[in-house]
Design a protein around this ligand. Structure first.
Ligand SMILES: Nc1ncnc2c1ncn2[C@@H]1O[C@H](COP(=O)(O)OP(=O)(O)OP(=O)(O)O)[C@@H](O)[C@H]1O
Length: 447
């Protein structure tokens, strides 16, 4: 090769490298699908046996293999040189390590997922314990184990933490009672559908992102034909800015008890309406009769249950009963609750434990004590608890979110400032029905 050709080859290589760099820089997603993913697939298949062996996930089995045996040479040559050996190929049964069977490696925007067939005697937890080792072997941010079918698991590898930057949602999708709050760690949008999971707990330590999540919910629900109700036991400082879009706002326990009883009364009205029309729930009613869904946000729920003295006992008991009944009956009658607080533990009274059991949607932000995580997620997979305890303080908005099917995800809410939520509340203020009209209270009769 002459010098000129050498320069030409170098030039072409440099141009290709620069092009690849630019492609990766300006359009990382297509670069991942076009170049990164195929290379990773090759790497995963080629190294699977070694990786699983390192993670102690292989099993040993006897198999026929061609072996190369060193045999001492017999005869006169051996006598003259004791170390003379002869190599001989032989087929015989030996112990070999067998890796679990790997399915197709399928791409996701943030990495890949692959089905693995468990060896007899293995359980998904064996892989969960090895997840960190797998992540290091594959040079990725994390590996999650999803178990949906007996005998099989799916490994979900994420190349980088998709929860570092959350792109703002594109606005309401048009589906009633569906809100997009942010992203899940698998890169999918974090979506709550109140019709599927009607009531939610939102817990976390101070500054963990609970209020931001409420802002995101308000911003997403504001354009929808839904009535919003606020219980702000911080004296109204959290929800007052959103008052234009709220049909009712209670800012202390006395107001909360009255509002909860109104809400329960409305549940009973809806129940009567459904009974009259032979409908099992409001969604089965003719559209023109169907009442507007109500979403109630309760901030600092502990304040509803704390008692300074015995005189408050009755009020606390009424609150607990009303909340519990709304939660038990609300789903069929389109009344939904989101209950937020730093703790929603049994120390607040027996009513709270019963209430918590009925709140099937769980969102647990960073917590300071393991009991809070346990209280929010304790009845789910223990790995969800571990993941909640690992949420770092420098990642507000990151939470473990679980629906009623028991699957859980690391997720992060989109950052929604108070100003953005307030702007949405003002922009859609006309959609807020008057509370008395909504619950059918006749004020003229009362006067
Ligand atoms: N998803 C997010 N992305 C980026 N920053 C966030 C996110 N969620 C919250 N933050 C930031 O973290 C800080 C605390 O958030 P937030 O007020 O929601 O916490 P909190 O749990 O309600 O705290 P407190 O209980 O003290 O009211 C805020 O400054 C907010 O800007």
């Amino acid at each position: 090769m002459d010098v000129q050709t050498g320069y030409l080859v170098l030039g072409v290589l440099a141009a290709a490298a620069a092009g690849l760099w630019a492609w990766r820089h300006w359009h990382p997603l297509s670069f991942w699908y076009g170049i990164g993913y195929p290379l990773r697939v090759v790497h995963v298949y080629l190294t699977w046996r070694a990786v699983t062996s390192g993670c102690k996930l292989t099993r040993s089995k006897r198999a026929f293999r061609v072996t190369l045996d060193a045999l001492p040479v017999v005869g006169p040559a051996a006598r003259s040189a004791a170390n003379v050996v002869e190599y001989k190929r032989r087929v015989r049964r030996v112990d070999v390590e067998q890796a679990p069977r790997l399915g197709l490696v399928l791409p996701t925007p943030y990495g890949w997922r692959v089905r693995v067939k468990l060896h007899d005697g293995q359980i998904p937890d064996d892989y969960a314990k090895a997840a960190e080792r797998l992540a290091h072997a594959w040079r990725v941010h994390g590996v999650r184990v999803l178990a949906r079918k007996p005998g099989k698991i799916t490994l979900l590898a994420t190349r980088r933490d998709p929860l570092v930057h959350i792109a703002p949602s594109g606005g309401w999708s048009g589906e009633l009672l569906v809100v997009r709050l942010g992203n899940l760690e698998n890169g999918e949008p974090w979506v709550i559908d109140f019709r599927a999971v009607p009531h939610w707990i939102n817990v976390g330590a101070t500054q963990s992102g609970k209020s931001n999540l409420c802002n995101a919910i308000i911003k997403e629900l504001a354009p929808q034909p839904v009535a919003l109700v606020g219980f702000d036991l911080k004296g109204g400082v959290e929800f007052t800015p959103y008052a234009p879009r709220l049909s009712a706002l209670a800012t202390n326990r006395k107001e909360s008890v009255d509002l909860l009883e109104d809400l329960l009364g409305e549940v009973h009205n809806r129940m009567a309406l459904c009974r009259t029309h032979g409908a099992r729930n409001v969604w089965k009613l003719p559209e023109e009769l169907r009442p507007m869904p109500i979403v109630a946000l309760v901030d600092e729920v502990a304040e509803l249950f704390l008692m300074a003295d015995k005189s408050e006992k009755d009020e606390v008991a009424r609150t607990g009963t009303a909340l519990l009944r709304i939660v038990q009956l609300g789903r069929a009658f389109a009344v939904y609750l989101i209950i937020c607080g730093q703790r929603i533990g049994s120390d607040l009274g027996p009513g709270v434990t019963a209430l918590r059991a009925q709140l099937s949607g769980r969102i647990c932000h960073r917590v300071n004590d393991p009991e809070t995580a346990n209280m929010a997620l304790g009845d789910l997979d223990p790995a969800a608890l571990d993941a909640a305890r690992l949420i770092p303080a420098e990642a507000p908005g990151v939470a473990i979110a679980a629906g009623q099917d028991g699957t859980w995800h690391r997720a992060r809410s989109e950052y929604v400032s108070e100003e953005a939520a307030e702007a949405a509340a003002y922009a859609y203020a006309t959609l807020a029905p008057a509370w008395d009209e909504l619950i059918g209270r006749d004020l003229t009769a009362a006067a």
